[in-house]
Design a protein around this ligand. Structure first.
Ligand code: C2E
Ligand code: CA
Ligand code: CA
Length: 861
């Protein structure tokens, strides 16, 4: 850093002192101009503002020192000092301004981002340097003039001009080449040595001939011609240096008394002026021409590079690219398009694009629109003829570009969208079809049903509807695994597909439930079909390896006319009829014909949905409690809450509506209601028997349901929390647990609220043991079926014994349901069961009665 400044100061001072040499002064070639060039160079290359300012000040101080040292006195010293401070600052300011604004042939921001870093690489750089030099000259000149004028010496126009030229020349001759040489390492193209030698010889010769001693030919322009040649042929730094050397040589020759026409000028002042103007020209001309040539070469190189790249993009593009005449004639096609139409791109040129497709009209319309849009892009779908006789769907995007003569050329992208189309079709299929069986799914079925109902409205009810449910499907799934279950469903789908006409819509509604819409079948046909299907299903199942022969189908059939007569929704009706078939012993069908509207069972079922909804809305339920006897202490230590529907003056047991609630999705609301009210009973019971256990039932399909969980959590919060052992959730398996992971997560959250779990009806379903393995239950409730017959059946006793063993080994406690005789009670006690429940101990009764009969506190109150 310090070295740079010292170097700068030394160079400046040397130049200044050279400039003050008497010989120079005597030629009128005053004086300090090399120093002005050095300080301007410094200012233009300064890296920041302070460097610029300190540099200018240093120049001023040094010129003052120099002037005094060479005996020019303080006054002259001050004048130079001011002029040499102002000049570089003005040069820098103007250069920075022009560079930033991009005037004088474009902006040129430096590599370092500094705007003032002049590089002499472009014509703009040179012209900006010239402008900066002029600015410096004018600024310093004005200051100088002012000082001289103050001293009282009048200034002539000639003197003023001389000052300007002198100062500008100083800057350009020194600064230009110095700046250009900074880019020396950037010279990419080396000129040929022969050319350099020829030009050097020519330059030296011309110098001698024009400015040599004794030459008086007014041929100085000859030298300029040679310099022009140099400018065109040499790299920029070379050309700058070349001009610089010629300018200096001219100066030296003139000083030595030669100088040709210039030296011949008699008046020293005029001679100096002409000489300096010539030097200015000799330096800037080759620089200007070299930069112009450089820019031109760079421009052409850029154009070539851009064209090569565009070419590469065109050929390598992963989709088809074409240039076309507006009439569709192919000018050029890329490789990818060639692949699309199976022809080489060369053979495509000259062909008309519309000949490659049977949809030529669409293309012609597209092209007309593209040309009309005058440069805007237009995208359309189109199709090319495929070699296999089909079509290749493509998307074409085109834009018209207009040549100088106004004739449009069309640039077209052709994108193969067959994958996309295939994908879309697949998505559409997936949205409407069941993935496992390939049958229509519920969505499509509902849609078709709606359309059919609309038609019925218009033309009168016609056609029939069939709902099929696989009996014991859950067992197949549980026992043989889901793979076999899936296989079973697929074979049933196949049977159904085979059994119906193409105009009938066969759908899988979900799970093991299928439906068929027969748009124009009458009652007889529908019934015959139902009978046929019911017969076919067991055969199909028998064919599945190891499957249970018990798997059959229950089918509900209704005609639309039949449903209309009863004013029922055909889908609900068919569904309920299917239940009739199940109730009638499964493996059969139930049919509702229009002739006999009195089918009481189905009728009652049909009415259930709205009835249940109303009951939920109005809270028409009652909770009964059934006591649980602890067999260790022989005391009633708990109760199970059981729901009843109190409606129309009767108390309906849950067995009649729970499964309907489960099928219609009302179960979650029902379970939430029960949970809320059951938990609310706890504080009442606590008052009598602290630590009493209350259990309530939650359907498997409600486990993990947010509504039910929220109801439980809120009810618990309302009573200020529960103690461990106070609350048990009985998970009934009437509807399968939907998602075991979800159920497990629910169980974890419930455990945090001190809730215990009981696996209800243990042994009744094939899933029981699996649930036991995957979920944490504190209680296992042995299904009443086993208990009921235990006194008579050794088999049932053995089963109960093994269940108790398993439960114990897993650290769970057991409850025996349906203990309705003393014999049964004795048995379960013997078998090691922990808790007994059943009519013998107590029937389910309303809360008041329960308190009176079973709670200790009843005595107290
Ligand atoms: P569950 O959970 O197995 O309930 C025991 C059922 O057995 C009750 O029938 C009860 O009255 C009956 N029972 C008790 N002791 C004896 C006996 O000694 N002999 C005979 N034959 N039966 C006895 P209920 O109240 O009709 O409930 C039937 C089923 O409905 C329950 O079976 C349970 O699965 C379901 N359930 C009841 N309340 C709710 C509820 O709030 N939510 C849900 N999701 N299901 C419930
Ligand atoms: Ca239960
Ligand atoms: Ca049970």
């Amino acid at each position: 850093m310090a070295g740079r400044w010292l170097g700068y100061a030394a160079l400046y001072l040397t130049m200044y002192l050279i400039g003050r040499l008497e010989q120079l002064g005597s030629t009128g070639l005053a004086v300090y101009w090399p120093a002005a060039g050095v300080s301007t160079y410094w200012a233009l290359t300064a890296r920041n503002r302070s460097e610029t300012i300190y540099g200018a000040l240093l120049a001023g101080v040094l010129s003052l020192v120099g002037a005094v040292a060479t005996g020019h006195g303080w006054a002259a010293g001050m004048l130079f000092a001011i002029a040499h401070t102002v000049g570089p600052l003005a040069a820098r300011a103007v250069n920075a301004r022009l560079t930033r604004s991009g005037s004088l042939l474009g902006s040129n921001i430096g590599d370092d981002g500094s705007v003032a870093s002049a590089r002499m690489q472009t014509v703009g750089d040179v012209t900006r340097l010239l402008a900066s030099a002029a600015a410096a000259a004018v600024a310093s000149g004005l200051v100088g003039m002012l000082a001289v004028a103050v001293r009282g010496t009048p200034i002539t126009w000639m003197e003023m001009l001389a000052w300007l030229v002198r100062y500008s020349t100083a800057i350009v001759v020194v600064t230009g080449p110095a700046l250009a040489l900074r880019r020396w390492h950037r010279v990419v193209t080396r000129p040929r040595p022969v050319e350099v030698v020829v030009l050097a010889t020519l330059t030296a010769g011309t110098l001698w001939v024009v400015f040599g001693p004794g030459q008086a030919l007014p041929l100085s322009y000859l030298m300029l011609a040679v310099l022009a040649w140099v400018g065109f042929r040499m790299p920029v730094p070379w050309a700058a240096l070349w001009g610089h050397l010629v300018a200096l040589s001219t100066l030296v020759l003139t000083l030595l008394g030669a100088g040709g026409a210039i030296g011949a000028v008699a008046d020293p002042a005029q001679r100096a002026l002409v000489l300096q103007a010539y030097m200015l020209l000799a330096t800037s001309l080759p620089m200007l021409l070299a930069t112009a040539a450089y820019e031109r070469r760079a421009h052409f190189r850029d154009v070539r590079v851009a064209r090569d790249r565009a070419e590469q993009l065109f050929t390598d593009a992963p989709h088809g690219l074409l240039t076309l005449r507006p009439d569709g004639t192919i000018l050029r096609a890329n490789d990818r398009f060639g692949v699309m139409v199976r022809r080489s791109p060369e053979r495509l040129a000259g062909l008309r694009l519309d000949q490659l497709s049977r949809f030529g009209d669409d293309l012609r319309r597209h092209l007309t629109r593209v040309v009309d849009l005058r440069g805007e892009q237009q995208t359309d779908d189109w199709a090319l003829d495929a070699p296999d006789g089909g079509t290749l769907p493509v998307s074409i995007s085109s834009r018209a570009v207009f040549e100088y003569d106004g004739v449009p050329t069309v640039l077209m992208h052709v994108i193969d969208i067959s994958d996309q189309r295939r994908f879309e079709a697949q998505l559409a299929h997936m949205a409407e079809h069941d993935a496992l069986t390939g049958l229509a799914n519920r969505r499509q079925f509902d849609h078709a049903l709606q359309l059919h109902l609309d038609r019925c409205e218009q033309f009168g009810p016609h056609g029939a509807l069939l709902v099929l449910d696989v009996d014991h499907f859950k067992e197949v799934n549980d026992r043989l695994g889901h793979a076999v279950g899936d296989q079973l469903l697929a074979s049933i789908a196949a049977i159904l597909r085979r059994s119906f006409r193409r105009t009938d819509l066969v759908a899988r509604l979900g799970g093991d439930e299928f439906a068929v819409l027969l748009p124009d079948a009458d009652a007889q046909t529908a019934e015959a079909k139902a009978a046929a299907v019911v017969k076919l299903v067991p055969d199909a199942i028998a064919a599945i390896d190891g499957a249970s022969p018990r798997v059959t189908a229950s089918v509900g059939v209704t005609t639309f006319a039949g449903a209309a007569t009863r004013g029922s929704d055909p889908a609900d009706l068919a569904d309920m009829l299917m239940y009739d078939a199940k109730d009638a012993g499964r493996n059969g069908y139930a049919m509702l014909s229009e002739i006999d509207p009195d089918q009481p069972l189905t009728g009652a079922r049909m009415a259930w949905k709205p009835r249940l909804q109303r009951a939920i809305d109005e809270g028409l339920f009652e909770l009964h409690l059934q006591p649980l006897l602890d067999l260790q202490s022989d005391r009633i230590k708990g109760a199970e809450v059981l729901v009843r529907l109190a409606d129309d003056h009767e108390l309906v047991p849950p067995g009649r509506f729970i499964y309907i609630a489960e099928r219609t999705g009302l179960i979650t609301e029902l379970d939430a209601w029960v949970a809320r009210h059951a938990i609310a009973l706890l504080p009442v019971i606590r008052e009598y028997n602290p630590g009493f256990t209350l259990g309530f039932n939650v359907s498997g399909s409600s486990i993990g349901n947010a509504l039910v969980e929220q109801a439980i959590a809120e009810a618990i919060a309302d009573i200020g929390g529960v103690q461990p052992g106070e609350l048990v959730v009985e998970m009934t398996e009437t509807a399968a647990i939907q998602d075991i992971t979800q159920a497990r997560e629910f169980a974890e959250r419930a455990a945090a609220m001190n809730i215990e779990f009981a696996l209800d009806d243990f042994g009744s379903g094939y899933g029981s043991f699996r649930y036991l393995k995957h979920m944490a239950f504190e209680w296992v409730k042995i299904d009443g079926d086993f208990v009921k017959n235990a006194p008579q059946s050794a088999k049932d006793r053995a089963i109960i014994r093994s269940m108790v063993t398993v439960a114990r080994d897993l650290g769970k406690r057991t409850v025996a349901e349906w203990v309705s005789s003393k014999e049964a009670l004795r048995l379960v006690r013997e078998l090691g069961v922990d808790v007994a429940q059943g009519y013998l101990i107590g029937e389910p009764v309303p809360i008041d009665e329960f308190i009176a009969r079973h709670l200790d506190g009843a005595l107290k109150h």
